[in-house]
Design a protein around this ligand. Structure first.
Ligand code: GFB
Length: 317
């Protein structure tokens, strides 16, 4: 395999290393013979420009993964638009700018598939960015992520920095947020089905109509793709990271119920928002690098459910 950037022997900063994505990157990078740097929220507030500058100058990373972000599901996004916009703008601006000032050799910024227009043709290509209005429930988050992509691109164009971006589809896996209000659909449904099974309830409630479709990628597959992009991609345009594993929310609910062993009814609440009708990613750019995901959805859900059961006390806080 031809590497354009070798991680061996490098100091690699995973910004957001305690989050679901950052932790997966840390696990994956452990195989790369590099030194992994991370700072917890208590040590470094990434929204603080001076603190980020000082920390980067002190630690001198050669490479940076920008995996830190304020994230959440459809209701968290709808109800906290200021936090999703401000926190994400500050985090990405501070980390990208400090990396530029320090002369970081390579940086990968992580976005999200919600950057694409609500009614983009499916599957969505990288060139669909800014082709139409965004999905209103996550517009502030999407605007911040679009700014991050453009910021990485601008430093590349103006200064020649080797900064690239990856756009993952909906993610799940160990370390996810299982909060019933703030989380994404997959962990929320694992928890709802598990709790209902234990309490012998006869139904669970699923938000919306069940008709929206979502594509899901296991976070360990994302981490693997990100390391490959870091090593092999040097390009102006961002790259989609999808799985091709797309299903309706109704089908997802049924699959989760089966994996968890919940046999009651699935009841939809159409008063809750559906969000984007579909957001499947077109991945020919990534396919051309010879990458494909290794973890099928059913196996990934079973593994995440196992993780949830093992960490039950921790995730139910
Ligand atoms: O995962 P989710 O919150 O995010 O919701 P989005 C996906 C779909 O699942 C929506 C439905 O149609 C929800 O209405 N759903 C059903 C549920 N039951 C539940 C539940 O109990 N909890 C949740 N959360 N959803 C987010 C964006 O959009 O996707 C973020 O808001 C980010 O900004 C993320 O981009 C990847 O896929 O709709």
């Amino acid at each position: 395999m031809r590497l354009s950037y070798a991680l061996k022997g490098k100091r690699v900063w995973v910004a957001g290393h305690r989050g679901m994505v950052g932790a997966a990157l840390t696990r994956r990078l452990a195989r790369e013979d590099c030194e992994i740097l991370g700072a917890g929220r208590d040590e470094l507030d990434l929204r603080d420009q001076a603190a980020v500058k000082a920390w980067t100058r002190d630690r001198k990373p050669h490479a940076v993964f920008v995996a830190a972000a304020k994230v959440g599901g459809i209701l968290a996004n709808r109800d906290h638009p200021a936090d999703f916009l401000y926190d994400n703008l500050m985090i990405e601006a501070n980390v990208i700018h400090a990396s530029h000032e320090l002369g970081v050799e390579k940086l990968l910024f992580l976005g999200s598939s919600c950057i694409y227009p609500k009614h983009a043709a499916q599957p969505m290509r990288e060139t669909d960015l800014l082709g139409g209005p965004l999905e209103p429930t996550n517009e502030p988050y999407a605007v911040a992520k679009i700014a991050g992509v453009k910021l990485a691109q601008a430093y590349r164009r103006q200064y020649g920095d080797d900064f690239i971006s990856a756009m993952p589809t909906n993610l799940y896996g160990p370390g996810d947020n299982f909060d019933l209000v703030g989380s994404h659909v997959l962990p929320a449904l694992i928890r709802k089905a598990h709790d209902a099974k234990l309490a012998q309830r006869d139904s669970i409630e699923v938000w919306g109509t069940g008709t929206p479709r979502r594509e899901f990628l296991h976070v360990d597959d994302l981490a693997d793709a990100c390391v490959l992009l870091m090593q092999r991609l040097s390009a102006d345009e961002h790259v989609n990271v999808g799985s091709g594993q797309e299903l309706s929310i109704r089908a997802l609910s049924e699959l989760i119920a089966r994996v968890v062993g919940f046999r009651g009814a699935i009841v939809f609440d159409p008063a809750k928002p559906d969000g984007a009708p579909r957001k499947r990613l077109e991945t020919s750019k990534l396919d051309a690098l010879g990458w494909s995901p290794a973890i099928g959805l059913e196996r990934g859900i079973a593994q995440t459910y196992e993780w949830y059961c093992r960490n039950y006390d921790l995730v139910r806080l």
